[in-house]
Design a protein around this ligand. Structure first.
Ligand SMILES: NC(=O)c1ccc[n+]([C@@H]2O[C@H](COP(=O)([O-])OP(=O)(O)OC[C@H]3O[C@@H](n4cnc5c(N)ncnc54)[C@H](OP(=O)(O)O)[C@@H]3O)[C@@H](O)[C@H]2O)c1
Length: 270
């Protein structure tokens, strides 16, 4: 098994490391870095991994380097690494939203394996979705390793082109917020019907959980599941007709296209 360096001990890298170790990846083969000590020391204490303040030390130790810093720091971190180590022998996996493979390659300054992943927030609870695309220098072995790395926080989807990352951002990346927004609106209406704050929350969250569980545990299409609870002339049909009259489908298309366009703009400005 390869030695892994995790640059940044924040939420996302922390979740991946935790998932990996819990799935049996040897803790001594993992080193995490962070400028401030608290998070890296906590991960060491909890999981038995190695930790350092120094990105160069971790990069020398590892064959695979996971870049888990904020997108605006990715180029700076890569440039520093390329000045001190032979990056052509390493594989770089980025979890940073919006940093393109070309930007990372440029910062590294040498041709090397670069893999771009786009996880989402529920990855922090092990139920995430990660879209992945790798450049031509990446070996099959490193692709397989990336799959198991990201599977430790959810499901993975390999993409045919890097442009598809923008679509993944609009679907699973921003998607949790769409569902939160919908739940918020339902919660607000439950309050308007006189339910207290706690009951409104529980009623909405359990309904969302039940619906998600029905989708994930059934082979029936989502539209059929919806039809099954929509009796002709009934209450659900009345509600769904109101959504239709309000243009819900077109609105979802518009919202997701807006996310795709913003992802493109952000990739250009990073
Ligand atoms: N969180 C998510 O749900 C999510 C989803 C998709 C993608 N991502 C991506 O994951 C990346 C990390 O996000 P996050 O939410 O995990 O952020 P985070 O919790 O803020 O973690 C980033 C960590 O990087 C550390 N750091 C800063 N400068 C560093 C340096 N030069 N070298 C090493 N470490 C450094 C920070 O340390 P200090 O706190 O001490 O400054 C911090 O602990 C981002 O690029 C983001 O786009 C996150």
């Amino acid at each position: 098994m390869k030695n892994l360096a995790f640059i940044g001990a924040g939420n996302m890298n922390g979740a991946i490391i935790s998932g990996l170790v819990k799935n049996g990846y040897p803790a001594e083969k993992i080193m995490v870095t962070n400028p401030s000590p608290e998070k890296r020391l906590a991960l060491q204490a909890e999981l038995g991994i190695q930790q350092s303040e120094c990105n160069i030390e971790a990069a020398k130790f590892a064959e695979v380097i996971v870049l888990g810093v904020k997108p605006y720091l990715i180029s700076e971190v890569c440039q520093q690494l390329s000045e001190q180590i032979d990056v052509t022998e390493k594989c770089f996996i980025s979890v940073a939203a919006g940093s393109t493979i070309a930007q990372i390659e440029q910062a590294l300054g040498q041709p090397c394996a670069v893999i771009r992943t786009m996880p989402n927030t529920p990855s922090q609870m092990g139920v995430g979705v990660t879209g992945i695309f790798a450049n031509a220098q990446t070996s099959d072995e490193d692709k397989t390793l990336t799959t198991s790395l990201m599977q430790s926080v959810g499901i993975v989807k390999w993409l045919a082109s890097e442009q598809q990352i923008d679509h993944i951002i609009a679907i699973s990346g921003s998607g949790p917020a769409y569902f939160f927004l919908f739940m918020e609106a339902m919660e607000k209406q439950a309050r308007a019907y006189g339910f207290n704050e706690q009951d409104s929350r529980v009623l909405v969250q359990q309904t969302a959980l039940g619906a998600a569980k029905m989708v994930s545990e059934s082979e029936t299409s989502i539209s059929k599941l919806r039809e099954n609870v929509t009796s002709k002339g009934g209450t659900t049909q009345a509600a769904i007709s109101a959504f239709g009259e309000g243009g819900l489908e077109q609105l979802v298309t518009k919202a997701m296209d807006s996310a795709v366009n913003r992802a493109k703009e952000m990739a250009q400005s990073n």
